[in-house]
Design a protein. Structure first.
Length: 247
């Protein structure tokens, strides 16, 4: 399968919307391929390129491994559906709406409960540069140190957004991890990578971090090669037999 090139020109709002929606559907299938989200405990958002205060996500009740573009709904600023039918994960609205409002540079956010990110978050400690992948989040993540694990309001999501700040990831105390990106594939690729980073942290209890200079050098190189985006498409090639099946 040919991976999209970063230089590909997108000429219209409709093309941007179609690209984002396709990547959201693929993203949910990638979560399923990792055996995450079986309980519906996760969500991926994609800001609509025309209605900037609205975002696309999977409607409630669709198994992630069956996600299709036609199963996505457009959630408006008040939580109502502007396009599509069905219910939504209301916690996703409470979390994603404030984050996308606070981050006009972000097109997407990704969060799902995972076997390593969740226990790591319970230790309320930062990511350290103890692996190559960890350097991608060096001095570019935050901790939401709050006992609110059941987000029941936009105010709760706004506190997460405030903690996230300008970073690419946030560790949600006792809840897990969340990533953002300027593209859907970037946000999801970063999420899978961060989950693997937290696994290393939980297993390597006495790891010796590399220096700040070395970590920043590695981070810059990972950004140069668009590591998150490349991870997404590598996972699609590995796990999705027919990527066009989501369309």
């Amino acid at each position: 399968m040919n991976r999209p090139k970063a230089s590909t020109s997108i000429r219209s709002i409709d093309e941007v919307r179609a690209q984002r929606k396709r990547q959201v559907a693929l993203g949910y299938r990638l979560l399923a391929a990792q055996r995450w989200g079986d309980l519906g405990d996760g969500h991926i958002s994609a800001r609509d390129p025309e209605h900037l205060d609205a975002f696309w996500m999977l409607r409630w009740g669709v198994s992630y491994h069956n996600a299709r573009v036609e199963d996505l709904v457009l959630v408006g600023p008040d939580g109502d559906l502007l396009r599509g039918d069905g219910g939504i994960n209301i916690a996703a609205y409470y979390i994603h709406k404030p984050i996308l409002d606070a981050r006009p540079d972000a097109a997407s956010a990704c969060h799902v409960h995972t076997p390593w990110g969740t226990p790591f978050s319970a230790e309320v400690r930062p990511i350290e540069p103890i692996s190559q992948e960890a350097c991608g989040f060096f001095e570019d993540h935050a901790i939401f140190d709050d006992e609110e694990v059941q987000i029941q309001s936009l105010e709760g999501g706004a506190r997460i957004a405030a903690a996230l700040g300008a970073n690419r990831a946030v560790i949600l105390r006792n809840h897990g991890i969340l990533t953002v990106g300027d593209r859907v594939d970037e946000a999801v690729g970063r999420f899978v990578t961060l989950e693997r980073v937290t696994e290393v942290h939980m297993k390597a209890r006495e790891a010796k971090p590399i220096s700040r200079d070395a970590a920043l050098y590695a981070k810059a190189d990972l950004d140069r090669i668009q590591a998150g985006r490349n991870a997404f498409w590598a996972l699609v090639e590995r796990h999705i037999d027919a990527p066009t099946a989501v369309e």
